[in-house]
Design a protein around this ligand. Structure first.
Ligand code: AHR
Length: 481
């Protein structure tokens, strides 16, 4: 049996877990919205068309903030299409996902849904095909109390109270050649700075996230983040990052080691952000928001998975079925995020329902939990408080993690991963939550913990996520009735 030793002290903290670390993402993509969170006529739907079976699962998952409406979708989105009387809202082509967007669900429905789900909204503005003025108009429509054309329009749409949306993202993946309106770092940095400036003029209480790298493996990583921050440093609070893990090689050990890539990504971006700050002799610290993260590869393999033919509405695309192995990888990412709680203050698992998601549904039918639901729900519930700086002594292993988006020279980066990856979080009631990922596929592990400054600790709750078959997946299960 493998041995690991952990030493920690209640006084040696990394930072406090920000509840926004347990966010998720809903995009107008596939059945994320239609047939996902929203399905008028579904047996569990409320009078607004919100699926109550899904709402129950979202609450159980412990989601705190939800990013919307995209994603690649947002880069051609006109927010005006999604507000006002539903009968006159336009149908549009969604180029990003080869689908028809009916716009029967838009910003006001989303805000209502967030209230029903007890989550904070996070909105993304289109900086692909639109600019700063439309972004500021969107802020005004949502957040201005009244007396202006756009705030009165919101009231005329039945929302008297301002939405008070705090968290705004400046575009989506603008560094990606696949993005509508993709830009160079200089182009994006300039437009993002201008958008941020006037969005804040529209409402100076908002928080703004500039789009950082869409993947650590993109050739522009580092340069992109530095350049956009040089332009936007004075105007933004956050840098948004995206990352999707894969097991293309079907190598479980390497896949489970991939959380080390997240660590390296986070630490690289902190270094870049702090160098921009240091050059300005500034004490300001830009916070990190992992705006999209998850395991995603099976439904990424073929173009047809991403672009259905015939312009359907809400096609079942990107519906990854997750295994136990995926759930362990998701747990590894969460451990990584928690251990960087001083700088990673927000993160959104991508996505929430059906589309590469912890919750799956049938249109007109059942809703159920995928395997990845469990680590997320448990950590959202239990990993709240002060993250401790744990010293973990255990052997490491070498793993060749394959990243298909890597530049040639970085193919198959070899990672040196400790067999155990662990987070320790002290809560206000004097308790301690330990989350450990055993990456040894051959044997069990004993972890002995020396927890100083806690007094006498006794186990209050313990659970293990495992299965003899790492490829096991959840089948659907009835929630109601
Ligand atoms: O989450 C699916 C897609 O992944 C998003 O639309 C995009 O931002 C990313 O490339």
């Amino acid at each position: 049996m493998r041995q690991a030793r952990v030493l920690l002290d209640r006084n040696f903290t990394v930072g406090r877990v920000d509840p926004r670390l347990f966010g998720a993402f809903v995009e107008h993509l596939g059945r994320g919205v239609y047939g996902g969170i929203y399905e008028p006529g579904h047996p569990t739907a409320d009078e607004r068309g919100f699926r109550r079976d899904v709402l129950e699962l979202v609450k159980e998952l412990g989601v705190t903030i939800v990013r919307y409406p995209g994603g690649n979708f947002v880069s051609t989105y006109h927010w005006e299409d999604g507000v006002g009387p539903v009968e006159v809202r336009p149908k549009r082509l969604s180029y990003a996902w080869g689908s028809i967007e009916p716009n029967t669900f838009g910003t006001n429905e989303f805000i209502d849904w967030c209230r029903a789900a007890a989550v904070e909204p996070m909105l993304v503005v289109n900086l692909g095909t639109r600019g700063p003025k439309e972004a500021a108009d969107f802020v005004e429509y949502c957040n201005h109390p009244g007396g202006t054309v756009l705030s009165e329009l919101r009231k005329a749409h039945g929302r008297d109270r301002p939405h008070g949306v705090k968290f705004w993202c400046l575009g989506n993946e603008m560094d990606g050649p696949w993005q509508t309106g993709a830009k160079t770092a200089e182009e994006y940095g300039r437009i993002a700075a201008q958008a941020a400036k006037i969005m804040r003029w529209a409402d100076n209480s908002i928080e703004l996230a500039v789009s950082g790298s869409s993947a650590r493996s993109l050739p522009t990583f580092g340069y992109w983040d530095e350049t956009v921050l040089e332009h936007t440093f004075d105007h933004v609070d956050w840098i948004g990052l995206h990352t999707y893990l894969n097991n293309w090689k079907d190598d479980a050990a390497a896949f489970l080691a991939s959380a080390e890539v997240i660590d390296a990504f986070i630490e690289g971006v902190i270094a870049v952000a702090d160098s921009v700050s240091a050059k300005r002799r500034s004490s300001k610290r830009i916070m990190l928001s992992l705006n999209e993260w998850n395991v995603w590869y099976r439904s990424r393999r073929h173009y047809a998975h991403l672009q259905p033919s015939g312009w359907p509405t809400a096609p079942p695309i990107l519906e990854e079925v997750y295994s136990v192995e995926d759930a362990l990888a998701v747990g590894g990412v969460l451990i990584s995020l928690i251990n960087h709680a001083d700088r990673v203050r927000s993160a959104c698992i991508a996505q929430l329902v059906n589309v590469i998601a912890p919750i799956a549904t049938e249109t007109g039918g059942l809703a159920w939990r995928q395997t990845t639901f469990y680590p997320f729900a448990q950590m959202s519930r239990l990993a709240r408080g002060d993250v401790l700086r744990a010293r973990v002594d255990c052997e490491t292993y070498a793993a060749a993690y394959y990243d298909p988006y890597c530049a040639e020279e970085f193919f198959h980066p070899v990672l040196q991963a400790p067999y155990v990856k662990l987070s320790a979080v002290a809560n206000e009631a004097g308790g301690l939550t330990l989350v450990a990922l055993n990456r040894d596929l051959e044997q069990e592990m004993t972890v002995s913990v020396n927890a100083r400054g806690f007094g006498r600790l006794a186990p209050a709750e313990a659970s293990v996520l495992t299965d003899g078959d790492l490829k096991a997946a959840n089948t659907k299960r009835r929630l109601f009735g």
